[in-house]
Write a protein that binds this ligand. Structure first.
Ligand code: SF4
Length: 87
């Protein structure tokens, strides 16, 4: 996996603070990219090409065409992720 973009940073619209691309590409508990990554990073580099380089078309479709989770589910996942990062 190409880690050359991992250091790039932007403000996350979901968290309200800065995040690095490394966070966005391993955002979920299952270590999949965040479903909003294409929207969030397209201005900084060709993020579609980046993910197509290592995801199959099916994986790409599942990840980036899925519907957003209910807000409460996202909040619970973020809490879980924060707990895991501090352990
Ligand atoms: S891709 Fe997801 S985690 Fe990353 S900045 Fe966008 S909304 Fe936040």
């Amino acid at each position: 996996m190409d880690e050359s973009k991992d250091h790039l940073q932007r403000r996350c619209p979901r968290l309200g603070g800065p995040v690095t691309f490394s966070y966005c590409r391993n955002n979920s508990v299952d270590l999949q990219p965040c479903w909003k990554a294409l929207d969030c990073w397209w201005e900084l580099f060709d993020v579609t090409e980046y993910f197509l380089a290592y995801l199959t078309e099916a994986e790409f479709g599942v990840i980036f065409r899925r519907r957003p989770k209910p807000k409460i589910t996202s909040i619970l996942e973020l809490i879980q992720q924060a707990k895991q990062r501090t352990e």
